[in-house]
Design a protein around this ligand. Structure first.
Ligand code: PMM
Length: 251
């Protein structure tokens, strides 16, 4: 299982906001992650924490492009965490080799065609709308069935847009328009997502459903989850710390 290390170049992400929002601190963190054995560094410039407002495309580009240019010199794989096709395009030109779109192509209707043109792996996450009011959309009858059906629609749209099946990665979108019970139901049924036939990425790191009063207090639970997911055929975990997750997988 791969470890995707989170590098949020944002002032306000819920767990690491403000820690790496200048070029120097972002590069230091990227180098640390590489030393610790990270497989992919996920660079994001727009926070998707519940309730957050969108930022302008200019601010997003200003945050991520210089960081990607520098990190790409370090020889690691980089994913760009963006919902915008123009950010994806410039990020790939700057050195990113994977597009991580939390909206699965729904936020920017040019995204799927752009990913097909750029011809790089594309992560389609389950999403029901922007973070500002996504919690209002956390209503399901059978959450596992509905999330799988909605993800399947994104898979079909991605394939229709010309993204090759070999380039598709899916993600159930833990914490996005889902409450605690929904997140745990998805984790419990993660094999059903693996059965879709595409690599599965899980981003549960330090999220609220794990309990605890602060993101840091959720680290131990996050590591336990990685241990569990590594036995379930999951392709990768998107996490804040790297070494701890590498260790638990090799234990
Ligand atoms: N979660 C966040 C941001 N990007 N990308 C994917 N593919 N999956 C996720 O679960 C995901 C994501 C929000 O968490 P953050 O604020 O720690 O980045």
């Amino acid at each position: 299982m791969l470890v995707m290390g989170i590098l949020n170049v944002t002032p306000d992400s819920f767990a690491d906001g403000g820690k790496f929002d200048n070029l120097e601190s972002a590069i230091v963190r990227a180098k640390e992650m590489i030393t610790e054995g990270v497989d992919i560094i996920d660079v994001g410039g727009e926070s998707t924490r519940p309730g957050s407002d969108r930022i302008s495309i200019e601010s997003e580009l200003d945050r991520v492009i210089p960081v990607i240019k520098e990190i790409s010199k370090l020889g690691t794989r980089i994913s760009i965490d963006t919902m915008r096709s123009q950010v994806a395009e410039k990020a790939v030109k700057a050195g990113a080799t994977i597009i991580n779109d939390v909206s699965g192509g729904l936020a920017d209707l040019e995204m799927l065609a752009m990913a097909a043109t750029l011809n790089v792996p594309y992560i389609a996450m389950h999403w029901r709308g922007h973070s500002k009011n996504m919690n209002d959309r956390a209503h399901y009858g059978d959450v596992v069935k509905e999330v799988i059906a909605e993800l399947q629609l994104r898979i079909d749209a991605a394939l229709d847009a010309g993204i090759s099946a070999q380039h598709l990665i899916v993600d159930p979108g833990i914490g996005f328009a889902k409450d605690k019970e929904h997140n745990w139901a998805i984790i419990d049924s993660i094999s059903s997502f693996v059965d879709l036939g595409y690599p599965v990425l899980v981003g549960a790191s330090r999220k609220r459903f794990l309990g605890g009063d602060s993101p840091d207090e959720r680290e131990a639970a996050t590591i336990e989850l990685t241990r569990l997911l590594s036995t379930k055929g999951v392709w990768g975990v998107r996490v804040h710390s790297v070494k701890e997750h590498k260790n638990v997988m090799s234990a």
